[in-house]
Design a protein around this ligand. Structure first.
Ligand code: PLP
Length: 356
């Protein structure tokens, strides 16, 4: 299906001035992609000027949280081109999230049209310094105006974009969350949905007052094994091997996680996907056999962890950022920014659209 390009798009892009200070996810590109689905039938996609949405106050998404999203990046590569990183993995994950919430999955071709069209038209907005990127945010929501509890009959799919600086979290101090749970097995933990984030905010607000940065969520079933952070997956280096929690239904399957596992094995590291018992982990940090831990996700790629706080104790990681985290981060960024050969076939170049 062809994509409709609103005639106002060219003027929006020509009149756009990129602010000097970008931050992460705060500056929005002046165009967005949109498609609607009515009773299972998708409209053709359109590129339109960025603008507030018009939503009926009874729209199901506002009451019953029928929505999911993705986070991905377009990178400027060393040859001056622009590439997406494993976008088909995001398309597949969004389809999985949609199905979990009883929403029609966005067809892969429509998802790819959305991220490619926004990237192609926003080529001048993809910043060029290492670590910077055009952050893409596809999302899907149920828009039917009806307070009955049932799946919506109408949906809207959007892709918005944000030219962004490198996301620097610095060394993170994590709080082991022993009270609240973020997501349960059989719930929506393995779907990328806003409700999981909403459930994490109170914990983060509490721990910030105590001087920590992020919660380390435990499995809601056993309250003993590590799941992940609110929006990043968890790795620890134990006796020189990489350990990460095995996917168990309540962990979101991160594409950075998956890529780092492949990359680390390729670089000769032993990687174990297994249950990580929190008390065992804390013991390992205390006795020095775990010197390094980090979180990973699209935004920051890798964020080193310096402290695990639990009860009244602070367990200090010996090395933050540690050598394994630094090596993996550089290796992944070198592929994403086109400095090394893309041995895994992860990068997808985007044909840029010129406005003149
Ligand atoms: C998005 C997300 C991640 C990271 O996934 P990436 O594909 O690596 O960006 C990890 N955990 C949660 C809960 C997430 O929502």
């Amino acid at each position: 299906m062809s994509i409709y390009i609103d005639p106002a798009v060219a003027a929006s892009l020509r009149g756009y001035e990129m602010p000097e200070k970008l931050g992460f996810g705060t500056v929005m590109a002046p165009v967005m992609f949109r498609a609607v689905c009515q009773d299972g039938c998708w409209s053709r996609g359109e590129l339109i000027p960025y603008a507030p949405l018009s939503l009926d106050p009874a729209a199901k998404v506002l009451h019953y949280a029928q929505s999911c999203f993705e986070g991905m990046k377009a990178y400027r590569t060393r040859d001056g081109g622009i590439s997406l990183f494993r976008p088909e993995r995001n398309a597949a994950r969004m389809a999985h999230s949609a199905e979990r919430l009883c929403m029609p999955p966005v067809p892969e071709s429509l998802f790819m049209d959305g991220v490619r069209t926004v990237t192609a038209y926003c080529a001048n907005l993809v910043p060029a310094n290492s670590g910077e990127s055009l952050y893409l945010r596809p999302f899907l929501m149920g828009t039917q105006a009806d307070l009955a509890v049932s799946a919506s009959t109408s949906y809207e799919f959007y892709v918005i974009a944000s030219p962004s600086e490198a996301y620097h979290s610095g060394n993170m101090r994590l709080w082991v969350e022993r009270e609240d749970s973020r997501a349960a097995i059989g719930g929506t933990g393995d779907a990328k949905v806003g409700g999981n984030y909403a459930a994490s905010l109170l914990s983060i607000a509490r721990l910030k007052q105590r001087g920590y940065d992020q919660s380390l969520w435990l499995n809601a079933g056993n309250r003993q094994s590590v799941d992940e952070l609110s929006g990043m997956n968890f790795f620890a280096v134990i006796d020189a091997e990489l350990h990460t929690p095995a996917l168990n239904g309540s962990i979101l399957e991160g594409i950075t996680r998956e890529s780092l596992i492949e990359l680390a094995r390729d670089l000769g590291y032993q990687v174990r996907e297994c249950a990580i018992d929190i008390d065992e982990l804390l013991r390992r940090v205390a006795d020095g056999s775990c010197e390094e831990a980090f979180a990973c996700g699209t935004a920051a790629i890798i964020s080193p962890i310096s402290v695990l706080g639990d009860g009244g104790e602070n367990y200090q990681l010996a090395s933050a950022p540690g050598p394994v985290a630094e090596r993996l981060r550089q290796a992944l960024l070198d592929i994403q920014e086109g400095r090394t050969e893309d041995r895994f076939g992860w990068m997808q170049p985007v044909e840029v659209i010129s406005l003149d």
